[in-house]
Each structure stands twice: as C-alpha cells, then as structure tokens.
Design a protein around this ligand. Structure first.
Ligand code: ASP
Ligand code: MG
Length: 423
C-alpha cells in the first residue's frame, strides 16, 4: 500500500511473563512481525519484565516508607520503559520499522491520582504521523501516563491491560489482543478443578464480574473500558503458536451464540466476614457505617442486615450488620468503625471478624432470563454439606461465603451441577 493510506490497526499487549527476558521479547516480536505481514499497523503495549515492578515498589518502600506518590510513580513506571525500548530494538533487528514511546511522549494524559491515575485523553496525532511515514509498529510503555502538572503517573497494578484497551479505543483498533501466560479464560481455575474448560467467548459483563472477583488475567478497569467502547478483547498465550481462533474472545453478548445459564465459577480465598453486633436500627445507620468504610478505602462486597440476638437487652431497636471485605482490609475496617464510634456516629457492642471464609460466585448472563439458578446452587452445596454463611445476588451473579476449608469442594460441586465441563 502507498504511504499515507491507513491500514487497519491491531493492538497487541504483552504481559510481564511474555517479556521476562530477551528470548521472550524476541518471541513476542515474531508475533508482532506476523501481524505486520498480515497487513496491520500494530500498536504494541508492553509490561515490565515479570518481577521488575515488585522490585521497584520494594525499593521505593525501603527508601521511604511514607513515600511521595509522585516519586513512587517515577520509579515504578520505569520497568516498562526498558521493555518498550528493547522491543523496538528487537523489531528493528528483524527489519520491522518500529519505535518506542513512553507515556509522556504520546502523550497519554491522565488524572493526577498517583498510582491510581485514570485516562483523560490519548491524542492520536503523533502516532498517526509516524504510521503515515511508513512506520509499522509503535511500541508503548504500558501502565504509565502524564498528569496535567507534567508528572509521570501510573494506573494501578496490572495497568498495562488498561493502557492496551485505551489505545484500542482511541485508535479504533480492530481488536485488542492480550498475550499472557495462560491460553484463555476458563470456566474456573484449573488448579481447583481439573474439569475446568477454556471458553471460546465470554461476554464483557461476565468478564467484568470474574475480573473483580479476582481472576487476575485482566485488570478490572480494562474490562470496564473495553465494555464501554466495545473493544473486542482477546486473551491468548504468548508461549504457544496462535492464530485468529486462539484464546478467549471477550465481546459483546450478542456475539455469543452458545448461551449457558452459568458461564463460570469464580472464587476469592482472601475474604473476611465482619459483623457489627447490635447497632441501633434507625434511618441513616447504613450510611453512617458504610460511609466511613468507603472513605477508608475498604472494598465492601456483600452486606446483610439482620435481627440481633441481643435485642432483649436493649431499650432501642437494634440490628446486626454483616459485610464482607478482602482479608487484608480487616484492620482498616476495624479502625474505621472504632473511629466512627469514637466520633459518636455509630454505636455497637462488638465487631466480630471471621477470617476463615471464602467467597464463591457463579456468573452468567443467562441468569437474567432463567429462574431457579440460586436454588440449584444452594442444593448443590447442601448435597456436599457445605454451610452457607452469607448470600448476595446481582443480575448475573450469585455469591456465597463459606468456610474456607470447603472452597475446593464447593467449586467442584458447582462446576459439576452447572455442567461447565461441557461445551
Ligand atoms: N508492570 C505493572 C504491574 O506489574 C503493570 C502491568 O504489568 O500491567 O502492575
Ligand atoms: Mg497482568
């Protein structure tokens, strides 16, 4: 094609394990070259070499425990600069015209929320000009951006996924391929059930639930962005030979033919159940509890309010409030509640934390039009003698808290009852 005629754009993202050393970078570069040969202009997004970001975080924390968040970002964003440059060099060695771009050079404009920045804009001009000159590949350092104050920002751990989707949206890419160390999205974690099956397709909304439940393959924010801008996302292995049919496509639900009621069973081991015993039952109490928890950054998921056993001992009407949160936020939640009590906002007799629970969820867009999924789930757990401690439901998800020792058993039972091993 003559210069200046625009080619279809493909975004390819390589995670940390896919660029862990020079051989793997070379391997990834071959995949990029293949797409160039197919006729694409390619935007490559790279993570830091695996382990590198953790090392950088550790260096920051060791140097300065209460670090300046701007300098944290300056340091931890640097791993991606190395892999972006190396990838561009490797492609050049292979005769592919490529150059690297750090976030500020594009520029990737973000908010100033250091270590949790969000995209504001990604102007196309600079990359478009390069593609128009005949360059085939733009290699972008993932995970980083530029604040309005001119400082380097980062997007939160796992943020390169989100960089990839944002570029795919900004450049109208045909697809966003996420190369990683697994070959797709599974019905459940294969380490927990040997019947886990790789899905050909999964709906954005289902993937969003799975990602926020802790399936670490994609950053939750990247799935949100992909859903909003309808960017088809493909998750595939960088260690295997791959073609257009490899991996799992995360896409709009109307592109999914096979419709199962339940698509997957997700779980989180690191869950805790907290109960505020005997809080006053009055209008505004939930706000008075969950406001301070939110302000303290506690990610509350399930909430149950029930009649307190201790009503008889109290003159006013009281209730027990139970909620779940990640186990590493228990201390923070406790402090927020004690502070709220000290400030006179709430009152409670006790705060009981059960740290031996796990959360298990079944997810599926088919639930919207099928009754009885919850009953089926509860019966399957009962048949295994697994006691359910808390239940929560949404349109496409049913979650339960159970004792952690039953996690594997419960996941396997649910995988069986919803026949997830069968296509
Ligand atoms: N390197 C960053 C991290 O480990 C970003 C990423 O790889 O997505 O979180
Ligand atoms: Mg990742």
């Amino acid at each position: 094609m003559p210069k200046g005629v625009s080619m279809p754009i493909l975004v390819m993202k390589f995670g940390g394990t896919s660029v862990a050393d020079l051989d793997r970078i070379a391997n990834a570069a071959v995949k990029v070259q293949r797409e160039v040969e197919r006729g694409y202009d390619v935007i490559v997004i790279v993570s830091a070499m695996s382990g590198r970001t953790n090392e950088l975080v550790n260096w920051v924390e060791t140097t300065s425990p209460f670090y300046d968040a701007r300098e944290y970002d300056a340091v931890v964003s640097s791993g991606e600069n190395v892999t972006a440059g190396l990838m561009a060099l490797r492609l050049q060695e292979m005769g592919v015209s490529a150059r690297s771009w750090q976030g500020w050079q594009v520029p990737i404009n973000t908010t100033s929320a250091h270590s949790a920045a969000r995209f504001e804009s990604i102007p196309r001009d600079n990359l478009d000009a390069k593609f128009a000159e005949g360059f085939k590949v733009a290699v972008i350092a993932g995970f980083q951006g530029l604040s309005q104050e001119g400082r380097i920002t980062t997007l939160g751990r796992g943020g390169s996924d989100t960089t990839a989707v944002a570029f795919a949206a900004a450049f109208g890419a045909e697809r966003c391929d996420i190369y990683t160390d697994v070959d797709g999205i599974y019905t459940t974690d294969p380490r927990v059930s040997d019947k886990a099956r790789k899905l050909d397709r999964i709906a954005f909304e289902e993937m969003l639930e799975l990602a926020s439940l802790g399936a670490k393959v994609l950053q939750t924010r990247s799935v949100e962005l992909a859903m909003r801008y309808k960017v088809p996302l493909r998750v595939l292995s960088s260690f295997e030979e791959t073609d257009e049919t490899s991996g799992t496509l995360v896409c709009d639900e109307d592109k999914i033919m096979e419709s199962k009621v339940v698509s997957g069973v997700a779980f989180s081991r690191e869950e805790a159940k907290m109960t505020l015993v005997t809080v006053e039952d009055r209008p505004g109490i939930a706000g008075a509890i969950f406001g301070p928890l939110a302000d303290a950054g506690v990610n509350v998921d399930m909430i149950v309010q029930n009649i307190s056993e201790h009503q008889a001992k109290h003159a006013v009407k009281v209730t027990d409030m139970t909620f779940s949160c990640p186990i590493n936020q228990v201390a923070r939640a406790r402090k927020a509640m004690e502070d709220a009590r000290d400030a006179g906002l709430i009152n409670f007799d006790d705060l009981v934390a059960d740290e031996d629970v796990a959360k298990i969820s079944v997810v599926g867009i088919g639930m919207r039009s099928h009754a009885g999924v919850a009953a089926q789930m509860f019966k399957a757990l009962a048949a295994e003698n697994v006691n359910i401690k808390v239940i929560a439901t949404s349109e496409i998800k049913i979650s339960v808290l159970v004792d952690r020792k039953y996690l594997e058993l419960a996941v396997q039972a649910l995988h069986d009852v919803f026949e997830l091993d069968k296509a």
